[in-house]
Design a binder for this molecule. Structure first.
Ligand SMILES: [Zn+2]
Length: 307
């Protein structure tokens, strides 16, 4: 493994999940995440020379153009990861057979559509459990990247869900136990019985990187602005041997630019113009690309296993 590495993942969450998470009716949700967000990220990654991973929800393969988009991403050197079959926020609470199917069917469907191996899993809403990790390991995956050890995110999520409950709206989001906050900060083999502890061998876990309390997330970069995001990424680069960055395909969409439904203004970063967000992402990811090797998590996992 090279001295310093970083990896970039993009969760391709359909817009309907943003309607649902904010308690809106999802009938006017369009397929813009795949149709517009993914190509914008692919263009950005091409400029920066970054091979990335797109974590996809396999039910979206029913929409026209999605399977072709996956093959296009693979041809451009990107990895396709598993983001489950239906993006159920209550995945860890489903009966075991249903939960297993959410992981297994998605992997099969995505592999078939992409024509490439799918070996990484990211849980919807960062909510994982020993049983879910056991499913991930048992269904042909070599790594998981669902642990998010971030206190500000945890308290912000709790606050938003509390506010929505006060207004009588129900979020589909689930607040997992705070145990992820105790997880190791770097890649580690997970102990299936205690997923936030390091084991000797096993499925590799890549927690989303957090440095100085700041998560390496597209929405956080947008909120921080160009200089703030650059400082956050520089700090992560100084503190962590491997930086795991997470974007969402909608991070490169905007209400005005893309004529999105104004109801989506409840997702605040959608109000920021695409050009501004792109500039922030290009600057901060460019910082990493100049100093470390951009590596896909499937490749990093293979190289760590071979060590
Ligand atoms: Zn998601």
């Amino acid at each position: 493994m090279a001295a310093r590495t970083f990896s970039v993942g993009v969760d391709v969450d359909h817009l309907k999940h943003y309607y649902r998470i904010h308690g809106h009716d999802d009938q006017s949700a369009t397929g813009a995440a795949f149709a517009v967000g993914v190509p914008r990220f692919m263009e950005l990654f091409e400029e920066l020379g970054i091979p990335a991973t797109f974590y996809c929800v396999s039910e979206d393969l029913q929409e026209p153009g999605v399977a072709a988009r996956l093959r296009e991403a693979v041809a451009a050197g990107h990895e396709i990861g598993n983001h489950s079959w239906h993006h159920r926020y209550d995945l860890t609470r489903l009966p075991s057979e249903e939960r297993r199917a959410e992981v297994q069917r998605a992997r099969e469907q995505l592999e078939e559509a992409a024509g490439a191996p799918v070996v990484g899993f990211r849980a919807p809403g960062y909510t994982t459990s020993p049983a879910l990790l056991a499913d991930v390991a048992a269904t042909g995956h070599t790594y998981d990247t669902s642990v998010f050890p971030c206190v500000p995110y945890y308290s912000a999520k709790a606050a938003v869900m509390g506010l929505m409950a006060l207004r009588g709206r129900r979020s589909q989001s689930i607040l997992g136990p705070p145990a992820p906050l105790l997880a190791p900060r770097g890649p580690y083999p997970v102990d299936p019985a205690r997923p936030y502890r390091r084991a000797a061998t096993g499925l590799l876990e890549y927690p989303i990187s957090v440095a100085g309390g700041l998560p390496m997330l597209g929405t956080a970069f947008t909120a921080l602005g160009e200089r703030g995001a650059l400082a956050a990424v520089a700090l992560a680069w100084r503190l962590l041997p491997h930086v795991t960055v997470e974007f969402h395909a909608v991070d490169l969409l905007a209400l005005a630019d893309d004529g999105l439904d104004p109801a989506l203004a409840t997702q605040p970063d959608l109000k920021t113009p695409v050009a501004k967000k792109r500039k922030i992402f290009k600057k901060s990811m460019g910082f990493l690309a100049e100093r470390a090797e951009a590596i896909r998590l499937d490749a990093l996992t293979a190289s760590l296993a071979g060590d």
